[in-house]
Design a protein around this ligand. Structure first.
Ligand code: HBZ
Length: 830
C-alpha cells in the first residue's frame, strides 16, 4: 500500500460517488465519450446502456472498496458460498435499485434522449446457472449484502452460460450463449492467479523424525485467474464480492520442446486445453453425468477458492485452530465437496498439521446444503477416473473413509451391512465415490431446503447418517427469494401500491411488514387498483407473446403459467395432457355451454437438458398442441397455448407478475423446495400445486383457501409405484382419452410422442401422472369457478401476498447465519 506521507494526496483525490442527476449524467457522457469512444452523433441504446452501466459500476466499486476495507478492519468471521452456479440475470436495474439511484438515473437518461426501460433491455443476462439452485445462490448473495454480512461467493467464470433455446419447427434447438462481449460488471484481477495441478503422481517419503510425507507432483498445471463481480446490498453501503475463476494456460507451461521441434500448432493446442476448463456450464439440472471435464471444473474452482481463502486467513497470523472461527464455507450441493479433501491436503501435506487436528478444523468449517433426493441426481465419481486426475485426493478420501468406518464399527459393532451402506466408496463396478456421503461426513451441518425435503433426507437417503451422527447435525432452512428483484424490480407498480398503503418501502428490507396489507383485502377501491395492475402486467405479457410468437391472447383470460426446467418429475407432461383434456371437453360442448366457460391461456416455458430426450419430447408435444388449439376456430379465445422461447431470469421477471395461476405440480416428494412458487404468489397470483416442497409451507402461511392443492401425498408414492409395477393400476379414463387422441394423430405424427405414452403404460408411470390426473382436472375446475368471482379472487391474492413475509431470502440467510455459520454483520460507514 501507499506510504503514509503520500496518503493525504490519495485521500484528496479519492474517487467520489455521483449523488445527483447532473453528476450521473456527467459520468454517463464521460464514459460514452472516453471509455467507449462514441459521441452524441453515434450513441445508440447499446452505447447509452453501456455508459449508464459504467457510471453505476463506478459507484458500486467505490462502495466495494469501502466494504473490503471495513471487513478487513473488523477482522470477523466471513462466510464463503461455494457454488458452481450463480444465475444473476441482469445487473443494471438491480444495482440502481439497491443503490437508491433508480429515479435520478431514469430522469437523467431521459434528459439525454433515452428511455431507461430500453437501456435495461440491452443487457445480456448473466446466465451462469441452470435453474433453482443457481438462482438461489444469486438471491442469497443479494440478502447477504443487504444484511451486511461479510460474505464472498466463489464460482466459475464460464465463457458460455446456459445455452439459448430456439424453437425451430416445434423442437428445441440449443445455441451457444457467448455473453462476455461486453460485461461491465466484472473486474479482471490480473494480479490474483493460482496454479492448479491435475494428474501426476504421489511421492511418499519418510522424514528424519520418522513421519511420512506425501507429495503430489508431476502433473499438468493450469492457471486460475480471478474476476471480481461487485454485489451491492439494498439500502446499505455493503457491497460484497463474487469471485469467479477463469482458466488459462499456466505461464510456465509452454512446451518449448514441441515449439523448438517445429510443432508450434500442437503446443498451442495444449494451451487451449487449459481454457476449456472454464469454457462451458454443464446444462444438466438434477441429473449427474460424470464427465471428466466436469470433475476438472470442480477441482479447479475449489482449489483456487481454497487457496484464496487460506491466503486471506494466513494474513491474520492466527493459529490454525482459529480457522473455523474466522471462516465458514457453505457447499451449494455436492459440487464443491472436493473442498473438504483439498483443505485436508493443505493442512496435512503443506502445513504439516496432524490428521486429527486437521480433521477437526475441516469438520468445524463446512456446511452442506442438499437440493435433491432424486437418485439420478446424486453425484458419484468413478474411482479410476478420479485416481488418474487427483491421485492424492483419492488417498485422502480413502483415509477419511477408513477413520469414519472405524468409528462407526466401534459404535455399531455387529452391523456389517451398515458399514457397506455408509461407506464413501460404493462397491460397484467400477467403484464410485458417493459425494453426498463425503459432504455429510466432512461437514458440521447438513441442511435441506424446505421442511418436507429436510424430513425426507433424514428418513430416506441419509437415514443411516442420522443414526450415526444424531439428528442435530441435520437441519432445515427453507429457501427464500429476494423481494428487491422479485417484487420491486419485477413489479414496480405493485410495489408502489403496497408502499402507498404501508407508508414506506421498508417492507423491501423487512418483508413481514406485508402483513399490514391484510386489512385492505376487502377494500373495493384497493381491490380494483390491485387487479388493474395485474391486468396491465398481463397486457404487457400479451404484447410480448404477440410480438414473439404471433399468437393473440386475451388479457382478461385466466393466465395459467408453468415456467421452470423441463423435467419428468416436474410434470409439464401432466399439464399439457390436462390442456388436451380441456380442449376435448370444449370441443364436445354446445355453443351455449362454451359461452359459460372461463377463457384460459396456458403458458409454458423452460429448457430441456440437451441430452434429455423425454424432456425434449414434452416440449414438442406442447408446441404441437399449441399449433392445433390456437388455430381451431371452434375454440377461439377459450383456450390458447403458448410456449415462451428461452425462459431465463429476465423473462421470469415479467412472467411472474402476469400470472393468475401458476403450476407447481411435481410428484409429491420430488421437488426439494421450488422457489418460483414463492415469486408467483408474492406477485399476486395463486398456485395450483401438489403437497411438495415449499408448497406445503406456503399453504401453512397463506391458508388452505388460497391455494389449489391436489394429488397424492409423498407418503403414498412408494405404494402407488409398487402397484404400477405389478400392473394393478388401470389408466385414468380422462388420461386414456388424451392418449388415444394423441395416438389418433390429432397433434401430428403420433410416433413422435410414443415415448411419452410408453412412460405412462409399460414404463410404470414412475411420476404417477395417472394417479393424480383426476384430482388435477377437478382442481382446475375449482380454479375456473373461483376465477369467476373477481372480488373473492382479489381478496385472496391480497391476503396471500400479505402473508408471504416468511419467504424472503433475508429470513433464510439470517437462519444460516445464526444456526450454521455463526457470523455477525459488519456495518460499513459511508
Ligand atoms: O434447487 C433445485 C431444486 O430442484 C429445487 O426444488 C430447489 O428449490 C432449488 C433451490 O434449492 N435444484 C437444482 O436446481 N439443481 C440443479 O440445477 C442441478 C444442477 C447440476 C447438477 C445437479 C442439480 O449436477
Amino acid at each position: 500500500s501507499i506510504p503514509l506521507p503520500q496518503r493525504d494526496k490519495w485521500k484528496k483525490f479519492a474517487a467520489v460517488e455521483f449523488s445527483t442527476k447532473e453528476e450521473f449524467q456527467k459520468e454517463v457522457v464521460r464514459h460514452v465519450e472516453t471509455t467507449l469512444a462514441r459521441s452524441l452523433y453515434n450513441c445508440d441504446d447499446l452505447a447509452a446502456y453501456s455508459g449508464a452501466a459504467l457510471a453505476v459500476r463506478d459507484k458500486l466499486i467505490i462502495d466495494w472498496n469501502k466494504t473490503q476495507q471495513a471487513h478487513t478492519l473488523a477482522d470477523q468471521k466471513r462466510v464463503y458460498y461455494l457454488s458452481l452456479e450463480f444465475l444473476m440475470g441482469r445487473t443494471l436495474d438491480n444495482a440502481m435499485l439497491n443503490q437508491g439511484v433508480k429515479d435520478i438515473a431514469a430522469e437523467g437518461v431521459s434528459e439525454l434522449g433515452f428511455r431507461m426501460e430500453d437501456l435495461i433491455d440491452q443487457e445480456h443476462d448473466a446466465a451462469l446457472g441452470n435453474g433453482g439452485l443457481g438462482r438461489l445462490a444469486a438471491c442469497f448473495l443479494d440478502s447477504l449484502a443487504s444484511l451486511d454480512f461479510p460474505a464472498w461467493g466463489y464460482g466459475l467464470r464460464y465463457r458460455y452460460g446456459i445455452f439459448k433455446q430456439e424453437i425451430i419447427d416445434g423442437y428445441q434447438v440449443e445455441v451457444p450463449d457467448y455473453w462476455l462481449d461486453f460485461n461491465p460488471w466484472e473486474f479482471p484481477r490480473h494480479d490474483i492467479t493460482v496454479d492448479i495441478m491435475f494428474y501426476g503422481f504421489v511421492r511418499r517419503y519418510t522424514e528424519d523424525d520418522g513421519s511420512t510425507v506425501n507429495i503430489w507432483e508431476g502433473g499438468e498445471v493450469v492457471q486460475a485467474l480471478a474476476y471480481d463481480v461487485p454485489v451491492p446490498g439494498y439500502g446499505t453501503a455493503t457491497t460484497n464480492n463474487l469471485r469467479l475463476w477463469s482458466s488459462k494456460p499456466s505461464t510456465g507451461e509452454f512446451d518449448f520442446q514441441k515449439f523448438n521441434s517445429g510443432d508450434y500448432e500442437s503446443s498451442v493446442r495444449d494451451q487451449q486445453r487449459a481454457e476449456t476448463i472454464s469454457a462451458v456450464l454443464y446444462p444438466n439440472d438434477n441429473i449427474d453425468v460424470g464427465k471428466e471435464l466436469r470433475l476438472k471444473q470442480q477441482y479447479f474452482w475449489v482449489a483456487a477458492s481454497l487457496y484464496d481463502i487460506v491466503r486471506r486467513f494466513k494474513k491474520s497470523h492466527r493459529a490454525w485452530t482459529e480457522f473455523p472461527h474466522q471462516v465458514a464455507i457453505q457447499l451449494n450441493d455436492t459440487h464443491p465437496t472436493l473442498a473438504i479433501v483439498e483443505l485436508m491436503r493443505i493442512l496435512v501435506d503443506k502445513e504439516h498439521l496432524d490428521w486429527d487436528t486437521a480433521w477437526n478444523i475441516v469438520t468445524e468449517t463446512f456446511g452442506y446444503t442438499n437440493h435433491t433426493v432424486l437418485p439420478e441426481a446424486l453425484e458419484k465419481w468413478s474411482v479410476p477416473l478420479f485416481q488418474n486426475l487427483l491421485p492424492r485426493h483419492l488417498q485422502i478420501i480413502y483415509d477419511i473413509n477408513l477413520f469414519f468406518l472405524q468409528s462407526v464399527e466401534r459404535r455399531f459393532p455387529k452391523d456389517r451391512e451398515l458399514l457397506s451402506r455408509v461407506s464413501i466408496i460404493e462397491e460397484s463396478n467400477p467403484q464410485v465415490i458417493r459425494m453426498a456421503y463425503l459432504a455429510i461426513i466432512g461437514s458440521k451441518k447438513v441442511n435441506g431446503v424446505a421442511e418436507l425435503h429436510s424430513d425426507l433426507i433424514k428418513t430416506t437417503i441419509f437415514k443411516d447418517f442420522v443414526k450415526i451422527f444424531g439428528p442435530d447435525k441435520f437441519t432445515n432452512v427453507t429457501n427464500g427469494v429476494t423481494p428487491r428483484r422479485w417484487l420491486h424490480q419485477a413489479n414496480p407498480q405493485l410495489s408502489a401500491l403496497i408502499k402507498e398503503k404501508l407508508g414506506s418501502y421498508d417492507f423491501l428490507k423487512d418483508l413481514s411488514l406485508l402483513s399490514g396489507l391484510e386489512k385492505f383485502a376487502d377494500d373495493k377501491e384497493f381491490q380494483k387498483e390491485w387487479m388493474d395492475i395485474k391486468l396491465r402486467n398481463k397486457q404487457r405479457l400479451a404484447k410480448y407473446i404477440k410480438e414473439t410468437t404471433g399468437i393473440t391472447v386475451n388479457p382478461s383470460a385466466l393466465f395459467d403459467i408453468q415456467v421452470k426446467r423441463i423435467h419428468e418429475y416436474k410434470r409439464q407432461q401432466m399439464n399439457i395432457f390436462g390442456v388436451i383434456s380441456r380442449y376435448l371437453s370444449l370441443k364436445a360442448m354446445t355453443k351455449e355451454e362454451r359461452a359459460k366457460q372461463v377463457p384460459r391461456v396456458s403458458i409454458f416455458g423452460g429448457k430441456a437438458a440437451p441430452g434429455y430426450w423425454m424432456a425434449k419430447t414434452i416440449i414438442r408435444l406442447i408446441t404441437a398442441v399449441s399449433e392445433v388449439v390456437n388455430n381451431d376456430a371452434d375454440i377461439g379465445d377459450l383456450l390458447k397455448v403458448v410456449f415462451i422461447e428461452d425462459y431465463n431470469v429476465s423473462k421470469a421477471e415479467f412472467l411472474c407478475p402476469a400470472s393468475d395461476l401458476s403450476e407447481h405440480i411435481s410428484t409429491a416428494g420430488t421437488e426439494a423446495s421450488g422457489t418460483s412458487n414463492m415469486k408467483f404468489v408474492l406477485n399476486g397470483g395463486l398456485i395450483i400445486g401438489t403437497c411438495d416442497g415449499a408448497n406445503i409451507e406456503i399453504t401453512r402461511e397463506v391458508g388452505e383457501e388460497r391455494i389449489f392443492l391436489f394429488g397424492n401425498l409423498a407418503e403414498d408414492v412408494e405404494d402407488l409405484r409398487h402397484a404400477h409395477r405389478y400392473g394393478k393400476t388401470p389408466m385414468d379414463p380422462a388420461l386414456k382419452e388424451v392418449c388415444d387422441e394423441i395416438q389418433k394423430g390429432t397433434f401430428g405424427e403420433p410416433g413422435v410422442f410414443a415415448g411419452l405414452i410408453h412412460a405412462l403404460t409399460e414404463g410404470g408411470d414412475y411420476y404417477l401422472v395417472s394417479d393424480d390426473f383426476a384430482s388435477y382436472l377437478s382442481t382446475h375446475k375449482l380454479v375456473d369457478e373461483a376465477f369467476k368471482d373477481t372480488a373473492t379472487w382479489a381478496h385472496n391474492t391480497i391476503v396471500a401476498v400479505s402473508r408471504m413475509g416468511f419467504f424472503t431470502s433475508d429470513r433464510a440467510i439470517n437462519e444460516y447465519a445464526e444456526e450454521i455459520w455463526s457470523i455477525d454483520p459488519v456495518k460499513v460507514d459511508v
